[in-house]
Design a protein around this ligand. Sequence first.
Ligand code: NDP
Ligand code: 8X3
Length: 257
Amino acid sequence: MKESVDPKSLTVLVTGATSGFGEAACRRFIKEGARVVATGRREDRLAALKNELGARCLTAVLDVRDRAAVDALATGLPPEFAGVNVVIANAGLALGLSPAPQADPEDWKTMIDTNISGLVHTVRAFLPGLTARGAGHVVLLGSVAGDFPYPGGNVYGATKAFVSQFALNLRADLLGADVRVTCVEPGLAETEFSLVRFKGDAARAHGPYEGLRPLTGEDVAETIFWACTLPRHVNVNRLQVMPTTQAFGPFAFKRGS
Ligand code: NDP
Ligand code: 8X3
């Protein structure tokens, strides 16, 4: 497409780069010549990624729940990586699938602290730089779980509804600032997501993907890359993407009550 953004002009900050969408996004942007700051908590994964992706990849251990650490990263990057113009706030998780009365309140807190507080810390820390430099882009990872309720999705889905609305509210605040905002909202995707949700129970984690072809990390990375390289006058607000073999259920009714 004419006037597409040259990926070589991009310095991309990725949270949750040690697995799934974040890791695939790092590979996708590096392949096209971008610089990437890859972050996450697992140091061994970051070291392997750095080894694979080379000099245009900088890695940093980061827990997005630690606001001071997020701020320190944003203000302390070395000169070659300091001009971040794309922020991919991807770090997030679901914990458990229990109905609300049985759900673990600690799991709820972890999801809120990561998917909401961690995400807003990340965006807030990098926004001054993005607006000062212009030609910026914030990509947030929402989910179809933020649009469509399902049993056991309680707090996880609600955190993703927050992400989607936060993206639109950012658009309102950033009008005229030359910073684009996109909320990417995937459906079922096979990453480590279910392994985390089911706390390491591999057999249970495989269940959601059995007998169908889910999205992959690469599929989602491609949609992120596409949105980020569209001509600058085009802003994708929300991008909902599902496997072809996923759709919607009917309303549920409790009869005999
Ligand atoms: P993965 O579990 O494969 O990856 C999640 C990433 O988030 C990991 O790199 C993990 O790294 C990181 N992370 C988790 N907690 C923290 C934290 N406190 N600080 C920093 N990093 C953290 O899952 P996905 O790639 O599938 O998920 C990525 C995002 O996409 C999440 O926000 C998820 O909710 C969302 N999503 C996933 C879908 C799916 O079906 N897979 C569908 C729709 C949305 P580490 O543990 O090393 O810190
Ligand atoms: C992940 C998709 O449907 O498992 O956000 O909640 S779902």
